[in-house]
Design a protein around this ligand. Structure first.
Ligand code: GLP
Length: 250
């Protein structure tokens, strides 16, 4: 697993954008795996800025998202479907028919997971973008999730509900369950880019990069992927050993 310590959040976002843009320019039909959360917003802003300045074409790009809250319709401002349209998809003019996410309102959850797994098989990802939870979760795979899981429904950890309450008017409004790609689905992507920013992620970054591969730290499964890069800012790198903080490592 490679890692890059960028000086700032902006530098981290620009670095990530360069990697994504390389893929999009080389292959106008690329499949991008996308993530929500505050962390990738700077990356998405950089892609939107590039589209405005350079006219990069996304008309044939396909996007698949990691996860969605159970019980939120796509019109809800805190649904991940809404987040993606608002922060990225509309500005890049990605056709609605090319953008996929789990249906948080699906009545038959098992069937929805099967549908999403089939969709992921049909659209193999060239790159998967990830954020990381303060407890080491990726997508909504909470500590203890089997690395063999594909798309499934999960009960959110108390700490995740607390962390995500900042996006809702109260903690009681945060859904307690979500659809999520599993670790196995994430690892199927050709390339993986995981972003981490801020001191709240420092312990998760330390465990992900230097700890054992264990289901107690979902992101540690990324150590087993042949082409995964973690990019973080200095605050998120704070607990790494001094020699790891120097910049770029393999
Ligand atoms: C949520 C999402 C994750 C995301 C995490 C961290 O739980 N399901 O995909 O990585 O939050 O979010 P943030 O970047 O806002 O810290």
């Amino acid at each position: 697993m490679k890692w890059i310590v960028a000086n700032t959040y902006d530098a981290m976002s620009r670095w990530a954008a360069d990697i994504v843009l390389d893929i999009v320019r080389q292959n106008p039909r690329a499949v991008l795996g996308l993530a929500t959360g505050a962390t990738p917003i700077g990356l998405y802003e950089a892609l939107v800025r590039d589209k405005r300045e350079n006219g990069t074409d996304y008309s044939q790009i396909t996007c698949v998202n990691l996860d969605e809250y159970c019980g939120l319709p796509e019109t809800h401002t805190q649904s991940y479907a809404y987040f993606m349209r608002h922060h990225l998809l509309d500005a890049l003019e990605i056709p609605r028919a090319h953008a996929f996410i789990e249906n948080g309102m699906a009545e038959d959850a098992m069937e929805e997971c099967r549908r999403y797994d089939a969709l992921l098989d049909k659209h193999p990802r060239d790159i998967q973008i990830l954020g990381i939870g303060s407890n080491g979760h990726i997508a909504f795979n909470e500590p203890g999730t089997s690395f063999d899981k594909t798309t499934h429904v999960i009960s959110l950890a108390e700490s995740t509900i607390r962390d995500n309450a900042r996006f809702f008017s109260s903690v009681d409004e945060v859904p307690t369950r979500a659809f999520t790609m599993g670790p196995k689905s994430i690892l199927a992507s050709k390339k993986i880019l995981i972003l981490a920013s801020g001191s709240g992620k420092a312990k998760a970054v330390l465990d992900t990069l230097t700890g054992p591969v264990t289901e107690d730290v979902p992101a540690s499964c990324l150590q087993t992927h042949p082409d995964c890069t973690l990019i973080c800012d200095e605050a998120a790198a704070a607990l790494l050993p001094a020699e790891w903080k120097a910049g770029v490592g393999v």
